[in-house]
Structure formats: structure tokens, C-alpha cells
Design a protein around this ligand. Structure first.
Ligand code: C5P
Length: 232
């Protein structure tokens, strides 16, 4: 898969999601389904979006004992999603178990990427709450390397980290990066941001874009602008 823009469909219901995606006509953007929508609508929303021809990043961030994650991943694999994810902090053994669960009888599987440290975690909360005393950028790289060791395909990270992750884990190790804003747009609650063009230069493989598209006056033009700036 080449570079692409993934739209974060952070909607509360299937109805709102379909109303939004219907605006795109025959285009079938790559979409991200997160916990809110999945917990509201269940696997049916994934099946329906697949049926309509969308590629899907199912962002459920699994984190549990290896046996539970293996079995849960087997279920997600059966939904035929394109990308799913977990927390690298669940350990290398949990990530290996996840890959086993995802791999179908014919050897195919969805891509699996890891969350390193959430962008809502900062140095102070990591030290005070989690008792991890290393600098956060080293922790992010260490977790990315663990994901690579376990055989995963990449990580979710800030576009500002994409270059370092590629240097440490290899050019083919995927960086899927939220925190993208247009230069003339509203940053909202995102702090460490890049434009789609900057993310492209930084080497991001996929950008995950929510509100700059979903809250735009004209979401289709905003999506097309992202594609032009990021993919070319
Ligand atoms: O609306 P916005 O473009 O900020 O949406 C970004 C999407 O990426 C949201 O679904 C958000 O939950 C997700 N995300 C993020 N930062 C992370 C991981 C996921 O913004 N570190």
C-alpha cells in the first residue's frame, strides 16, 4: 500500500457516518473507525463500510494478556479490516500473540501497528503515574523497536517522530500519523502538528485526519486538498 490519507470517522452513530461518507459520491476514502463508533454500532459498521468499498483502519488499541489479545485479533481479522492496532506497552509477547491471532489460514492478515506512548501522555505524567523515568522520545523509539522485533508493520506516531522511527526501524516500517492540520486551519486540541505537505516531507506513510475534514464546510474539497498535498 502506498501513501494515503485516512479520514478519522469520529462519529457517534452509523447514521452520521453514512451521511458524511455519502457526500464523497463514488470516491471511497480510507477511513478510521475508533472506539466510540465501534462500541456504538459493533462489527456491523465495519462490514457495511467494507461492503461499500472503503479500506478500514480499526483503531481499538488492544492491551490485555497475550491469550486474550490473540483471540480478539482473530475476530478482527475475520472482519477483513486493513489495519488494526494495539499498545506496545502490552509487551513483545503480547504483540507476537496478536500477530498469530491476526494471521488467517491462508497466511494473509491485516496490517498491525502499535501505539507507543499516547500523545496525551507527557514526560511528567509518564514519570509520576507510570514510573517510567527515561526521556519520552527514547521510550517512543524503544517501543517502536519492540514492535519491529515482534514482527509488526509499524507504529502510530506524531509526524514529528516519523523520521526517527524510520531511522531506527527501517524505511519500510510504517508510520501512521495523526496530528495533521492545514497551515490556515484551527489546531484545536492537537499540540504537535504538521501540515499534510510537511508530513509528506517527514516521511509519514499514512496521515490520519479528522476534524480538518469532518468539520470542514466542504469535507470533499478538504479531503482532496489533503490528498494533493500529501500524496501529490
Ligand atoms: O480531529 P483530528 O484530526 O485531531 O483527529 C485525529 C484522530 O487521530 C482522532 O481519531 C484521534 O483520536 C486520533 N489520534 C490522535 N493522536 C494519537 C492517536 C490517535 O490524534 N496519538
Amino acid at each position: 500500500m502506498g501513501k494515503d490519507v485516512i479520514i478519522a470517522c469520529d462519529f457517534a452513530s452509523a447514521e452520521q457516518t453514512f451521511a458524511f461518507l455519502d457526500r464523497f459520491g463514488a470516491a471511497r476514502p480510507f477511513v478510521k473507525i475508533g472506539m466510540e463508533l465501534f462500541y456504538a454500532e459493533g462489527p456491523a459498521i465495519v462490514r457495511e463500510l467494507k461492503r461499500r468499498g472503503h479500506r478500514i483502519f480499526l483503531d481499538l488499541k488492544l492491551h490485555d494478556i497475550p491469550n486474550t489479545v490473540r483471540k480478539a485479533m482473530a475476530v478482527l481479522s475475520g472482519l477483513d479490516v486493513d489495519i488494526c492496532n494495539l499498545h506496545a506497552s502490552g509487551t513483545i509477547r503480547m504483540m507476537e500473540a496478536a500477530l498469530e491471532g491476526l494471521t488467517r489460514a491462508d497466511g494473509t492478515r491485516p496490517l498491525l501497528i502499535a501505539v507507543t506512548q499516547l500523545t496525551s501522555t507527557d514526560q511528567a505524567s509518564m514519570e509520576d503515574d507510570l514510573w517510567i523515568r527515561e526521556p519520552i522520545d527514547r521510550v517512543v523509539l524503544h517501543y517502536a523497536m519492540n514492535a519491529r522485533k515482534a514482527g509488526l508493520d509499524g507504529v502510530v506516531c506524531s509526524p514529528l517522530e516519523a523520521e526517527k522511527v524510520h531511522a531506527a526501524c527501517g524505511a519500510e516500517f510504517l508510520t501512521v500519523t495523526p496530528g495533521v492540520r492545514f497551515a490556515d486551519g484551527d489546531a484545536g486540541d492537537q499540540k504537535r502538528i504538521m501540515t499534510p505537505a510537511q508530513a509528506r516531507l517527514a516521511g509519514s506513510d499514512y496521515i490520519v485526519v479528522g476534524r480538518p475534514i469532518t468539520a470542514a464546510q466542504d469535507p470533499v474539497s478538504a479531503y482532496e486538498r489533503c490528498l494533493r498535498d500529501f500524496v501529490g
